[in-house]
Design a protein around this ligand. Structure first.
Ligand code: MTE
Ligand code: MO
Length: 401
């Protein structure tokens, strides 16, 4: 399956594929790769070829949700072809960059609209950011929680570029009353589902690293990642970074809508697995947790060599990774891993650890990260009804032969 662009089906969501996305995606794929066969023989293990996203794990097809396989955690910058995709609804089916406008309005002195050419006239800034979906790791929550069953790879790191949100807001002149900034995207809302609208506090909107990104890894954003412009709210859950931006509205208070409440909230206090939480006992999620993932070796593999190169990535949202430790004895003892040299304020650190297995046998390898806020990954993640911000110590089981 690897080699040509392919998807691996890992869920049964293909039953629910809408005509809209199905026809658009598959016809594009067929034109590009002549991949007719998967159309005729779909099963949960069948691969479908779609241009531009090689070897990704398909978590949902109705609204495209693609997960990065763990072997791609070996690159500090994630190529766009391996960058996860999380869509709550249909991507815009038509989007003419010449017609596209970004409106800035609400609690501002001078509302205005920008064409893409006008947006490009603002000074551009680069921010290398690790973008992670709040639901990444949800599949590991026990008891099971509903939602896209992401394992490790709803996360990636890219170099985003575009004007600062602050510069655009300052041209409009934010009034004293402006406390939150709302983003609206151009996704197509199916049926009665509420649109994907959220807001961020004015302080984060004015941060020098919060962007209206038009570029990703030195190229224009692709459609899957929000062409022609998306919000980039670095260090925060992926949901803050609205794609296909068309409107920025300054509000007097936090936006009230499905994706602010009940969506993307955590209990204020630890709860028992399975326990329900009252809305008033929750808060909106902002920055990401401290977390690390083991890229290689892969879980459940047999290794011929006793010399193991254990490697992965670690990130902590707005905090810095200060330490990653590896255990090769199920957590009894821990050794420091070596942190990679590439770093940036909001980006993950790659890490590696060389280890020689003393004898043939089964081993449980674990990785645990600690950040500059003193947070360390727990053995068990705090359970919550939507399985957000899962960050339990990662582990893989290998057999050394
Ligand atoms: N307009 C819009 N923006 C969106 C979404 C969406 O469904 N619609 N999904 C959000 C979520 S939940 C995540 S995790 C990130 C994923 O960004 P990516 O698809 O570029 O990886 O986009 C966010 N921005
Ligand atoms: Mo997300």
């Amino acid at each position: 399956m690897r080699g040509s662009a392919s998807y691996t089906f890992c869920s049964f969501e293909y039953i629910m594929i809408s005509r809209h996305d199905f026809l658009a995606r598959i016809s594009a794929a067929m034109v590009a790769t002549n991949a007719v066969r998967p159309l005729l023989a779909w099963s949960s293990t069948e691969a479908v070829s779609v241009p531009g996203k090689d070897g990704m794990i398909l978590r949902s097809f109705r609204f495209l949700d693609l997960e990065m396989p763990t072997e791609y955690f070996n690159s500090w910058l994630t190529p766009v072809s391996h960058f996860f995709v999380r869509n709550h609804m249909h991507e815009p089916s038509t989007l003419d960059p010449m017609e596209w406008r970004l409106r800035i309005r609400g609690e501002v002195e001078r509302p205005f609209a920008l064409s893409l050419a006008e947006l490009r006239k603002f000074e551009s800034h680069n921010v290398t950011n690790t973008l992670e979906c709040a639901g990444n790791g949800r599949a590991f929550q026990k008891p099971h929680v509903p939602g896209v069953q992401w394992q490790r790879g709803a996360v990636g790191t890219a170099r985003f570029a575009g004007p600062r949100l602050r510069d655009v807001l300052m041209r409009a002149g934010v009034k004293e009353t402006g406390k939150h900034v709302m983003f609206r995207g151009l996704d197509e809302v199916p049926g009665k589902v509420p649109p994907f609208i959220r807001s961020i506090p004015i302080e984060k909107a004015m941060d020098e690293d919060t962007l209206i990104a038009t570029r990703m890894n030195e190229a224009a954003l692709t459609k899957d990642h929000g062409f022609p412009a998306r919000a980039l709210v670095p260090g925060w859950i992926g949901a803050a970074s609205c794609k296909w931006l068309t409107e920025i509205k300054v509000l007097g208070k936090e936006f009230e809508g499905n994706f602010m409440n009940p969506g993307y909230r955590l209990p204020n206090h630890p709860i028992e697995p399975g326990e329900a939480v009252k809305a008033e006992d929750t808060h909106s999620m902002t920055a990401l947790n401290v977390k690390s993932v083991i890229a290689t070796p892969s879980d459940a593999t047999t290794l011929k060599s006793h010399a193991l190169h254990i490697q992965g990535a670690a990130w902590a949202g707005e905090a810095n990774i200060v330490r990653v430790e590896v255990s090769t004895d199920s957590g009894a003892t821990w050794q420091p891993a070596q942190l990679g040299s590439e770093q940036s304020r909001f980006a993950w650190r790659l890490w590696s650890h060389q280890w020689k297995a003393p004898k043939a046998g089964d081993y449980v390898i674990m990785a645990r990260a600690t950040d500059s806020q003193g947070r360390t990954q727990p053995a068990t993640a705090a359970w919550n009804p939507s399985g957000y911000l899962y960050n339990a110590i990662d582990q893989v089981k290998v057999h050394v032969s």
